[in-house]
Design a protein. Structure first.
Length: 443
């Protein structure tokens, strides 16, 4: 309430005129009628003439009527635990109010925090250099393509269909302007099939690990294909799974990207999130975004500065491989705080709890008549199933039972497919009740 400043009548009229509309009612016709309040409906719930305090209290009472569903949905955004220490530290004013660290003499705290973030990400990914973050996983994939095309001079990129479909859509949209040629590699049994690849040598091969169906790709095979064609290997990895899986860099990945939301960022209706980006030292001068480096000041004390900034690419205009000049500072620092809090053993335990919960849930769900696995490949945090009903119907019925059942899969993956995710927050009791509700929903 305190942040709401009403528009004047003249401002509303100017806005409607610019949009070519005649009324505010016409503005909201894009919203389905079933979701719009009928005339006078709100006033029946909220009496007129209430004070601001009483109005806020009434709105909070109405908000508490919303359902709180137990989340088994994933597909790139996950319901992980956020420790109190992560929220407490990341919300300190030193971080929340920090601005772009152009002047290192007044920005040492934020610069050091970003340097620590880069160090942690470099260790997770297994490659030498990480930037200070990008906007999200999709934009990180786009920048991986930009770097590979600039480094190799080749316009073609091989993209596994195991890569998140939204990320592939972002690549397609960007390629429309750049002229990059995207060749999709089909899945066979849940993982990437390389036999149908085109003869044209690509700039990069992009695979996701684990992939969109939750399956563990064979990165040894991906690295062999990349080396045979002279392509760069770009791996979209899961930072949680990194707690128990080998790093992409250990398989020979040239570029490692990912989504950092699981560490400290709530689901938040889809954003803002955090793009992870790291690469081999050979490509550091094409690294997108910001890079924080460690040095010493005039008195020999340890100090931090932004270095090799993308602004060096800006002046190159059309020859630049990236035009990203910023980063997600606060979310990146939050990522680093939670990862530091977990430590090596905590990260391993987190990944193991996800894997064990997923195995238990998968066995329970597949015991239901009519439920079949999309693939029998090894999974870690989520798995794909098919049900006798359309996934949208299953999701709607499960919501009535108090569960967010999962994410409906596109037809390219499986007919009537449902992607189910299990994080460390899901208890045995919740999984048992989920399986019971699913059996009821499809019976």
């Amino acid at each position: 309430m305190t942040s709401f400043v009403p528009h004047t009548d003249s401002e509303v009229e100017a806005m409607l005129g610019f949009l070519g509309l005649s009324s505010m009612d016409e503005l909201f016709e894009a919203v389905p009628a079933s979701l719009r309040l009928a005339a006078g409906e709100l006033s029946r719930d909220v009496p007129p003439g209430l004070s601001e305090f009483d109005t806020v209290a009434e709105m909070e009472r109405l908000a508490r009527r919303n359902s709180d569903l137990v989340c088994f949905a994933g597909a790139g955004a996950y319901d992980h635990d956020i420790p109190a220490v992560t929220t407490q530290l990341s919300n300190r004013s030193e971080f929340v109010t920090a601005y772009t660290p152009y002047q290192p003499e007044v920005s040492q705290g934020v610069l050091q925090a970003l340097f620590e973030y880069q160090t942690l990400l470099s260790r997770l990914s297994g490659v030498a250099v990480a930037n200070a973050s990008l906007y999200d996983g999709a934009s990180a994939c786009v920048e991986a393509v930009n770097l590979a095309v600039a480094a190799t001079g080749r316009p073609t990129v091989w993209v596994s269909r195991g890569l998140h479909p939204h990320w592939r859509q972002a690549l397609t949209t960007h390629a429309f302007g750049t002229g990059h040629v995207l060749v999709e590699l089909a899945l066979a049994g849940g993982t990437t099939e390389y036999s149908d690849a085109s003869d044209e040598a690509p700039a990069a091969l992009i695979v996701q690990y684990p992939n969109h169906l939750g399956c563990l790709e064979d990165l040894n095979r991906a690295a062999e294909v990349a080396r045979a064609t002279g392509a760069m290997l770009a791996v979209a990895f899961d930072p949680v799974a990194a707690g128990i899986l080998r790093t992409p860099g250990s398989y020979g990945a040239d570029i490692v990207v990912g989504e950092g939301q699981p560490f400290g960022t709530p689901l938040s209706f889809g954003g803002p999130y955090l793009g992870l980006f790291a690469c081999k030292n050979d490509h550091v001068r094409r690294l997108p975004g910001r890079l924080v480096g460690e040095t010493v000041d005039g008195e020999g004390r340890r100090a931090y500065v932004t270095t090799l900034r993308t602004r060096e690419q800006d002046i190159r205009r059309e020859k630049a491989s990236s035009n990203v000049c910023t980063n997600q500072t606060l979310i990146a620092i939050t990522f680093a705080i939670q990862l530091s809090w977990l430590g090596t053993s905590g990260l391993r335990e987190l990944a193991l709890r996800c894997a064990r919960g997923t195995r238990y849930a998968r066995e329970a769900v597949l015991a239901i008549d009519g439920v079949e696995p999309v693939t029998d490949r090894a999974v870690l945090r989520e798995f794909a199933i098919t049900t006798p009903l359309a996934p949208e119907t299953v999701i709607e019925r499960m919501a009535e039972e108090g569960f967010l059942a999962g994410v409906a899969l596109a037809e390219e993956y499986a007919p009537r497919g449902l992607l189910v995710a299990v994080t460390e927050r899901r208890t045995r009791d919740e999984i048992d009740r989920y399986a019971g509700a699913l059996e009821k929903a499809i019976s």
